[in-house]
Structures are given as C-alpha cells and as structure tokens.
Design a protein around this ligand. Structure first.
Ligand SMILES: [Zn+2]
Length: 661
C-alpha cells in the first residue's frame, strides 16, 4: 500500500492516538520475540556489536542466508470462474484448487483465508477499534457465503473462525509430493463504502469496481510457523502461496475487465478495431489507445452480440490475483521495450485503465508504469510477468501481481510516486514472497528503498524519495518508539508508516550509500533478491544473506536499526591544538544508543580541507574516540557528518568551534 492511503483514515481519530501513545510508553523498551529470533533481548554483557542470536541454520535455510538444499514450499493452483453483477455488487465464484504438499509433513487439515469476513460486524477487525484500517465507516458486509466445499463429489467439513476456516480432509495429504484437489463455491457482496484495498466508485460514465481479497485461499504452511493463521484484521497484509491462476471472469458485455495474468481471448472481448490496437501496442513503446475517452459507452464500442462476456486470464508464479471491472474505462497500452528486450527481461505489455475523471494526468500512466519497471529491471531484478496494469479507482494505492490500484488524479508527482510504489511491490513481496503480516518492513520498507532511486527515473532533478537517512533523525528521537520488527497490526498508525516504510527505506539507503557503498551493497542485495525470488525469506535470512555477500558483520546495524529502538547523536566533544611534540586532535562522543561510522571534515586556515571517514568499529571499546589530525596546518573548523549522510539527532554539537559559543 502507499503510506498516504494508510494514514488517511487515521487523521480523524488522531486524539485517540495521543492517548494510546501515552499508554504505550511502558512498552517502548519492548523487543520483538518471535521464532525468527530466538532472542534479541539484551543478555548480560551484550553490546550493540554482540552477535545476533539468529535461528540455527538448517539445510532448509542455511548459514549464508540462502535457501538450503532441502528448501521446500507449498504450491497452490487456482482455476476460478467468477461472475460480477455490477448493480447488486454481487461476486459469485467457483474455484478448483489444487494443493501440492512439498513439505516433509503429512497434512491432516487445511487452513483457508477468508478475508471478506473482516467486513462482518462481529469480526476481530471490526472490533479492535480500527474499522478505519479496513476502510469502512461502519461494518455492513456479511463476508463470504460459502455454498460448498467438496472433493471428488464428497462434501468437506469445515469450521469458520473469523477470517479463517479449517477444512478437514478425508485422508491426510502425503508429505513430499502429495496433492489434493477440491472445489469451493462462494459469493459475497462488495461492501458499498469500502475504500481499503478494493471498492466501488461511481463516476460520470458508470462505475469502477476494484476486486481483491475475493476468493477463499489456502493459508501458508511453512517450516517456521506451520500453518500461518494470524487473522486478517485490516492493517497487516498477506503471506500467500505461489501458484498458477486461471481466471474466467464474466461481466455484462458493456464492461471492460483488467486482471492479474495474460489476457487469453482478446478476440472474444474486443472489437476488431480494439484488437488491432491491442496488437499494435505489443510492438511499440509509444502509448497506443485501445479505447479512447470519446469512445466509452458509444454504439459499437463493445463486440456485437447479446449477453455477458467472459474474459480469460492466465498467470504463473503469482502469490494471488485481483481484478477490476468498469463500464467507464478508457484503456491504453504500450510495450515495455522496443524490439528484443534486454537479456533476462520480458517484453511486458504495460497498460492503464481509468475513467475520464483521470484525464489528463492518467494519459501519462502507462509511460510512468513502464519507466518504473525498466528502472527496477535495470537496478535489481527483471520483472518476470507478461502484463502490468495500472487501474484508477477508489483505492488509494494497493498492489497485486501484475495489477495495481492507484487513486491519484491531480499531481504528476503523486501519480508517479504511487505508481512506482505499487508496482515496486511486484518485487517485494510478489517475487520475494515475505510474510507481510509479521514483517511488513520487508515489503513496504524494501519497496520504499527501491522507490528512492526510482523517483529520479521520472523526475531527474529529484533528490530521491522519502527515505532520506538524514531526514529520519527526528523519527529516531520520537518518544514511544517500537522496533521496526513489530507486526503491522500491533503498531499504532503513526508508527506503522514511519517505521515500516520510512525508517526501513532510509536504513537501506544508509547501508548502501554510507556504510557499505553502492557496489558492495548492490551485489549483496541483488543476490538476496535472486536467491529468494519466488521463495520466502525470513528476516534472519535477509540479515545473513547481506552479511555473507557483502562480507561484513552488520549485527550492530540490524540490532540498532530494525530490532531495537535508539537514536544517533555523535558529538564533537573537544579539540586540542597541535604542540611542538604532538599533532592536533579532536574527540567524538557517541551519545545515542545507535552507532555509525564517523565522517569529519577538517577545514584549515589556509582554505584547504581534508575529509576523514572512520569505520563503525571505532566504537568497539569506548563511547569516546580520539582522532589525530596529521596535517600541521592550523585548523579553522571541524564538522561531523558534513554532507548530512547520517540521521544525527542533534547537529548543534557536530561542529568545532562550537556554534553555541
Ligand atoms: Zn506499499
């Protein structure tokens, strides 16, 4: 999601947050405790440099932070036929689900995620006082109505608990290769007033419906938690299985559908003119209009005939699917590359669908989307999918494989920012599949980090995205901090955005630009993405993988930035002028809990200057370090962190002669 769409619902109950912030004070020193970290609680004698107590490496997740030789994960394939009745907002679905058990365990039951149930008035999400988090003013939905769950014609018993269902199996699914196929039939009414992750917008020429979290999906069974059964409360996002999704989506003839996957039957759902334009778009990087603004709703804009139309999509290696339908869509498309794409890249068809309210800005959306994807391809990992679609509707900003929802209609900066962010999620978590509900920073923060550089692809003069390390100094000194490694649903709204997006993103910028340097960082980060593409890393895998490939002990950084709270304040404590026998020197004191390398600029009276960079290891033994100045030239001024690379909470003590004096 975007930070903005996350925070919007929280402005109203701001007062409540101030109150809850006070209550949280006593919890400020709490550290996360999860199976991912046997213990990050400080032990007697621990310093910020002590080795992290990470889980013992296994042949599944090895000590180098890579998937080991016995790595396994489950695969779930979905064949879904669904119908949309735009008038009643009813979605009716039937799915054939094939579950592949690669785990070493026989499975006696399956857990399913039923996210629509969060909209029931008795849901946990509706009751934890954060209805805003699910984007509703009042609970009005009834959730899923499950009509049947069966396998081979035999009914499968199931029990529903809030947003979860336990399905009992006739016989266990065998370990290491067993499969189980079953059918589910369900329906739900899209709540009228929902704007979080999906929803409905009435526009001048019709309705735009965005549909997500729309089918009963098998939960993840993994090596760390077994079945992942944290409820869907609204803020914490998703952790899902990879698989193939075959969608057959039916809507009235006058409606356009965009979805996760490659469109398989354009000749059935487009007019001959539209089909020609669609094919043209596959051969040019220029935006081709498939349905123009003045064609929407006119005679002959849809294929001749009566009755609804079924749109067919096919997607592989996706962790979920979503779609959108409208009788008001303008549609344009372009190819990601001209001719043969660069090695390893796919010539994705990039598309935008939007109502005329999106104009004129949305006329640029397809080029924005293509620009962002090309940038990520070049810097990190090639976008693997044949299609990418930007949809303009009620949802502020939400990501799904190959399809994203963006609200922004006014500002070019806003639309590019949201587009680059939401499509960036196709790298984190759609390709590197993390557990978003427990570790939101591994998708929102990593994405905020890659967005930092992506902004310059569209606005070359930009100084970068919001993840500027120096600008998070205030965040680190804010009262009532919690560690970044805290589940999203446990965080107050004000911390969710600042920790899991901004602090994480800024931390990675700091690691790249200042601590490791771009070459060393990029090699390791690309290795992490490559090794964990289409797999599920834990935080400990990330830490180990980065250390292994960068060749650096970063325990102090992971602990200081992600696992604990603490701020940075380097202070230039004193200056001792040179004498006959001794060169001049200065001392620096580390006043905060965080440690960082030391950068200093020494300016001499003759107008020359000298820059000094000291590694973080200078803090191994003491909070105060003494550094000699080799040059005998008289010193005029010394400045710590002169280029403002660090999140130093107090810059007034960074200069000699003291600026207070
Ligand atoms: Zn996001």
């Amino acid at each position: 999601m975007t930070l903005r769409s996350l925070l919007a619902p929280f402005f109203a109950p701001l007062l409540a947050f101030f109150v809850s912030a006070l209550l949280l004070e006593s919890a400020a020193a709490q550290q996360p405790d999860s199976p991912d970290f046997r213990s990050v609680h400080p032990r007697a004698g621990d310093t910020i440099f002590s080795p992290l107590q990470l889980p013992t490496p296994t042949s599944m997740r090895n000590g180098a932070g890579r998937p080991g030789e016995d790595y396994w994960q489950q695969t779930v394939d979905y064949k879904i036929q669904a119908q949309l009745d735009p008038g009643t907002r009813l979605v009716i679905g039937k799915a054939t689900i094939t579950y592949h058990n690669a785990s070493p365990d026989d499975l006696d039951y399956l857990w399913m995620n039923l996210e629509q149930n969060v909209f029931r008035s008795d849901s946990i999400g509706a009751r934890v006082g954060r209805r805003a988090a699910i984007g509703m003013q009042r609970s009005e939905g009834v959730g899923y109505r499950l009509h049947s769950m069966s396998s081979d014609g035999a009914t499968l018993p199931f029990q529903i608990y809030d947003t979860l269902a336990r399905v009992e199996l006739p016989t266990p699914i065998a370990a290491k290769g067993g499969t189980f196929q079953f059918e589910v039939m369900w329906d739900f009414v899209i709540p009228a007033n929902v704007f979080r992750r999906f929803g409905i917008e009435d526009v001048e020429q019709g309705r735009v419906i965005q549909i997500a979290q729309w089918f009963p999906a098998v939960a993840v069974y993994d090596d760390v938690h077994g079945w992942n059964t944290l409820p869907y409360i609204g803020t914490g996002e998703f952790y899902t299985n990879f698989g193939t999704h075959e969608l057959e989506l039916t809507a009235p003839r006058g409606w356009i559908i965009a979805a996760t996957g490659e469109l398989l039957n354009p000749e059935e759902v487009l007019t001959p003119t539209q089909l020609q334009r669609w094919n043209d778009a596959k051969h040019t990087t220029e935006t081709v209009t498939i349905i123009a603004a003045d064609e929407v709703g006119t005679a002959g804009w849809r294929p001749a005939g009566n009755g609804p139309l079924t749109w067919k999509f096919h997607a592989e290696n996706v962790r979920t699917s979503a779609w959108s339908a409208s009788d008001a869509f303008i549609w344009d498309a372009a190819s990601l590359y001209e001719g043969t794409p660069p090695e390893g890249c796919v010539n994705t068809i990039v598309q935008s669908v939007y109502p005329k309210e999106g104009l004129p800005l949305w006329g640029q959306s397809t080029q924005m989307l293509a620009t962002a994807i090309r940038g990520y391809n070049e810097r990190w990992f090639a976008y693997p999918y044949p299609s990418a679609i930007n949809v303009n509707g009620i949802e502020g900003g939400m990501e799904y494989p190959m399809i994203i929802f963006c609200r922004s209609r006014r500002s070019e900066r806003g639309l590019y920012g949201v587009t680059a962010h939401e499509i960036g999620h196709n790298w984190f978590p759609m390709i590197v599949n993390t557990d978003e509900r427990r570790h939101a920073w591994m998708d929102e923060g990593f994405n905020t980090f890659i967005n930092y550089y992506s902004v310059r692809d569209w606005f070359p003069d930009s100084t970068g995205g919001r993840a500027n390390p120096a600008s998070v100094a205030n965040l680190l000194t804010m009262p009532n901090q919690l560690p970044v490694e805290t589940p999203a649903d446990h965080l107050p709204g004000r911390l969710l955005g600042s920790l899991q997006y901004t602090k994480t993103g800024a931390g990675l910028v700091l690691l790249r630009e200042t601590i490791l340097g771009p070459e060393r960082f990029d090699y390791a980060f690309r290795k992490y993405i490559q090794d964990w593409s289409f797999k599920s890393p834990r935080p400990s895998d990330f830490f180990r993988c980065m250390e292994d490939a960068a060749g650096a002990d970063l325990s102090w950084f992971w602990r200081g930035w992600f696992l604990e709270t603490g701020h940075l304040d380097q202070s230039l404590e004193s200056f001792t002028p040179a004498t006959e026998s001794k060169p001049a020197s200065f001392s620096v004191r580390n006043l905060g809990k965080l440690v960082m390398p030391v950068m200093a600029r020494i300016e001499f009276e003759d107008g020359t200057s000298e820059d000094l960079r000291l590694p973080v290891e200078v803090w191994y033994h003491s909070h105060v370090i003494q550094e000699q100045i080799r040059s005998r030239k008289p010193v005029a001024k010394i400045t710590l962190d002169p280029d403002r690379e660090l999140p130093d909470g107090n810059r007034r003590n960074n200069v000699w002669p003291s600026i207070e004096g």
